[in-house]
Ligand binder design. Structure first.
Ligand code: ZN
Length: 203
């Protein structure tokens, strides 16, 4: 499986990192070794001094597809989860400054904790899913799928023009404003529609 991540999909987050709002989705990938399930802790890596959380809604892909037409895109995912796109912001800024790829900042081991998936049938409106991230019981990010620049179906259509989607793949759909650093001892919790779905302790 692979993890595809959409960058800059919320206007306020693009602004907070001084990035332009994109005209087409921006995506990058994380390997299978980035995935963490089961609320296991995140171990702060030695290669960075500025690991940031990015709380995101995550799509679970349930069939193979390429060049997917947007109106059929909703049949290619069956669950919505909460994920944290851990980012080594210091390494990312260096890479950006040099025009280099982001892998060392984004694709490192355990950089993608993901909750259980909630079946799509349980949502009244996929275009109106509220979610939030708390750090040490303080809400630090709040978002809604209605605020995405590119919605789930347009993401699927766009990405599948370049990369075949396979069963079990996951798509991180972008983070709202409020990203920030973590330190050892922090507790992160992800919520979808007010329901706690993810716990991640920083060790
Ligand atoms: Zn992200």
């Amino acid at each position: 499986m692979k993890i595809i991540c959409i960058g800059r999909n919320y206007t306020e987050h693009a602004k907070e990192l001084n990035n332009p709002v994109p005209a087409t989705p921006v995506f990058f990938m994380k390997p299978e070794s980035a995935l963490v399930r089961g609320n296991l802790p995140f171990f702060y890596p030695a290669f960075s001094n500025d690991i940031h959380y990015e709380g995101e809604l995550v799509l679970h892909i349930n069939k193979v597809g390429r060049n997917i037409i947007q109106k059929h895109a909703h049949t290619y995912y069956d669950g919505i989860g909460f994920g944290i796109d851990f980012t080594a912001r210091d390494l990312q800024q260096e890479a950006k400054a040099k025009g280099l790829p982001w892998e060392i900042a984004k694709a490192f081991d355990s950089s993608a904790p993901v909750s259980e998936f909630i079946p799509v049938e349980e949502f009244a409106d996929l275009g109106n899913i509220g979610f939030s991230l708390s750090k040490n019981d303080q809400q630090v990010q709040i978002g809604n799928s209605s605020e995405m620049i590119f919605n789930f179906d347009s993401i699927i259509a766009y990405v599948s023009r370049f990369v075949t989607l396979k069963m079990g793949d996951m798509i991180f759909t972008g983070t709202p404003a409020g990203v920030g650093p973590v330190t050892v001892g922090d507790k992160l919790e992800g919520f979808i529609g007010g329901r706690k779905v993810l716990l991640c302790n920083i060790r």
